[in-house]
Design a protein. Structure first.
Length: 392
């Protein structure tokens, strides 16, 4: 597996070259701009959502723009974004989206003390959750495309969770155009955090975040699943119930269960003093995953990742929305970037479990209490652009 070495600069140059290797729209057939069937690359192979552990060209992040959303937490959240960007930049290139009026501040914050250059691109946005509003990439030999999942602010218009999202909703298309990557518009409404892929045709998802009238009114679970398969090149969707209406995302899968690799799943286990409703979500998810098989017919090997005691974390007084989940980690080239919450024993256990799960990568723990106070984590704040597999 990849680790940072003296020839990192050479590797980066190669990655940046691969980043431009997007196929023309015509090569993806009639799947663009709307997906009537799974898109294919020039070789005829299906464009699939890769596993996050596959090699990346770069990581995209976003500079939080709105004081109306974050209020007095905004400076701390921006410091967290700069800290995460710096950590990832030691392993792969990082690009941060920012409003033109805020780009200079973002460049200053992300450049101060950074180990490697972090690019800031001027694309209007509203918040930092680029996993959800950014493109979800799919690849095939010699081809890459970005799936626009039609971000609608998590379907929270008219609720207490509502916040501005018009710029975020347009950012995926703008970003893909700027980087020369073809755009596939999904036949469903969702977010990148609601989609977890093993890279071999299996997707994990929660019913609560996708088969929901606030995203896909009038669509049955079977219809949503078919649209997901078409957009993501998936062969099988493993559904778990989740829980609707209790957080802004309606229980995204990326805080609950993650693929380490094909057949290998990390399952978030709530820590002490977690509300009983989330313990019930974990128990039902575990039951379903224990009985499931993936698209290749394999049973899943499940590793539990216990959360911290919510009374022993730094963020214990930062509100019920605070996300104390280690499972919302990000897999970069050669590294796993994971939250650290200040409960020493739990932080150490999470480090050990993830180091065993990813033996060829360096586990990097970061204080992200500002980000976590908004109900998200490192995975929510990042989106990877995968390297293009070699043409057949």
């Amino acid at each position: 597996m990849d680790t940072p070495t003296d020839n990192l600069t050479t590797s980066r140059r190669r990655l940046l070259q691969l980043g431009a290797a997007a196929v023309p729209l015509a090569a993806l057939g009639s799947a663009l701009p709307t997906a009537a069937r799974a898109a294919t690359g020039p070789s005829g192979a299906t464009l699939r959502m890769p596993g996050e552990g596959d090699r990346h060209v770069r990581t995209f992040m976003a500079w939080p723009a709105l004081s109306s959303v974050w209020r007095d937490q905004l400076p701390a959240v921006r410091r967290d974004i700069a800290r995460v960007a710096d950590a990832i930049s030691r392993y792969e290139p990082v690009v941060v989206l920012a409003r033109p009026s805020q780009a200079a501040d973002a460049r200053y914050a992300c450049g101060a003390g950074a180990a490697y250059a972090i690019d800031v691109v001027e694309i209007a946005n509203d918040d930092l959750w680029i996993r959800d509003f950014g493109p979800t990439f799919v690849v095939a030999p010699g081809a890459v495309a970005g799936v626009d999942t039609n971000f609608n602010g998590w379907g929270k218009a008219g609720t207490s969770y509502a916040q501005p999202y018009a710029n975020d909703a347009a950012a995926a298309a703008t970003l893909l155009e700027q980087y020369g990557v073809p755009r596939v518009r999904a036949g469903f409404v969702g977010e990148g955090g609601s989609l977890e892929s093993d890279g071999q045709g299996t997707v994990l998802a929660t019913v609560s975040s996708l088969v929901n009238a606030n995203r896909n009114p009038g669509m049955s679970q079977d219809q949503v699943e078919q649209a997901m398969k078409e957009a993501l090149g998936a062969d099988k969707v493993i559904w778990v119930p989740g829980l609707a209406g209790q957080d802004i995302t309606d229980c995204h899968i990326d805080c609950l269960a993650r693929f380490v690799g094909p057949g290998e799943v990390i399952l978030d286990k709530p820590g002490p003093r977690t509300e009983s409703k989330w313990v019930a979500v974990y128990e039902e998810t575990k039951r379903i995953l224990q009985g499931a098989t993936d698209a290749q017919g394999r049973r899943l090997n499940i590793t539990e990742l216990p959360g911290p005691d919510r009374e022993r974390i730094r963020g214990k007084d930062m509100g019920s929305a605070f996300l104390s989940s280690y499972t919302n980690y990000y897999t970069a080239n050669g590294a796993v970037i994971v939250p650290q919450f200040g409960h020493a024993e739990a932080d150490a256990a999470a480090y050990a479990i993830l180091q065993a799960a990813y033996p060829g990568r360096t586990v990097v723990q970061l204080n992200i209490d500002g980000i976590a106070s908004g109900g998200g984590g490192i995975h929510c704040a990042t989106q990877s652009q995968p390297a293009v597999p070699p043409a057949l």
